[in-house]
Ligand binder design. Structure first.
Ligand code: SAM
Length: 230
């Protein structure tokens, strides 16, 4: 994710994000968003309200809005360029049921919400209490029992497979057609990314933040998706 982080202020690169961003880096990106919609629909009321944390780019909101044609969304993201891109990507129909706020989870309204997502964000947040704070900020905004979707790339920076996994991350994006210059930046930022943690660490953080029923619904190379309940 940090592969994209330094591009948010560059309008040309932001525009390319929709095709050569997450869908080119994460195996089965479209399928993951579709699964998220299916899992959330199990409990979302027809006109329920969802909190989308890290809503920049709009790809997650666009897919979830298709899963629930009457669902309403509040999205937060600290990057104004990414919020602009989200408005453009979701289109007028979804914009009418989407409120976007410049900020982080702590800046979101109290809710309580019927569901929440944190997709391709947590992996670039340092594990110095910041990851836990985000998860707690989301948990306290959910109705009891409401579902939460977490999707991210994982990794053990100190483990023997770390370099190999970065190679695979880059090889996958290369096979998707990502250009050499972007790949170089992606490799450097993944190597430097202090936010990468093993999947077990995310599961421990989910429990610590108050979530239960934590279940893996997606594994794609080093990427993972979980559903958990407030
Ligand atoms: C790779 S994009 C993913 C966007 C979207 N969730 C998706 O799946 O298409 C990561 C987003 O997280 C946002 N972000 C970074 N730090 C954040 C934080 N602390 N809280 C919320 N969003 C954050 C970035 O601005 C960026 O828009």
């Amino acid at each position: 994710m940090s592969a994209f982080a330094h591009n948010f202020a560059d309008p040309e690169k932001v525009a390319r994000y929709a095709t050569m961003g997450p869908p080119a880096f994460m195996p089965g990106h479209g399928g993951v968003l579709q699964m998220a919609g299916v899992l959330l629909a199990e409990t979302m009321p027809d006109d329920g309200q969802m909190l989308v944390v890290g809503a920049g780019g709009g790809l997650d909101t666009r897919a979830l809005a298709a899963a629930g044609p009457k669902w309403r969304f509040v999205g937060v993201d600290p990057a104004p360029a990414m919020l602009d891109l989200a408005r453009a990507i979701v289109g007028p129909e979804v914009n009418a049921r989407l409120e976007l706020i410049e900020g982080v989870a702590a800046d979101a309204p109290p809710g309580p919400f019927d569901a929440a997502t944190l997709i391709l964000v947590l992996g670039m947040i340092p594990d110095d209490g910041s990851k836990l704070s985000i998860l707690e900020d989301i948990h306290r905004r959910l109705k009891p029992g409401a579902p939460f979707i977490l999707v991210d790339r994982c990794g053990d920076r100190t483990g023997p497979a770390f370099e190999r996994d970065v190679d695979r991350y880059i090889a996958y994006a290369l096979a998707s057609g990502v250009d050499e210059a972007t790949l170089e930046g992606a490799r450097a930022s993944q190597k430097a990314n202090q936010g990468l943690v093993p999947p077990e660490r995310n599961e421990a953080l989910l429990s610590e933040a108050g979530f239960s029923g934590v279940e893996v619904f997606y594994v794609g190379m080093a990427w993972r998706g979980w559903v958990a309940y407030a």
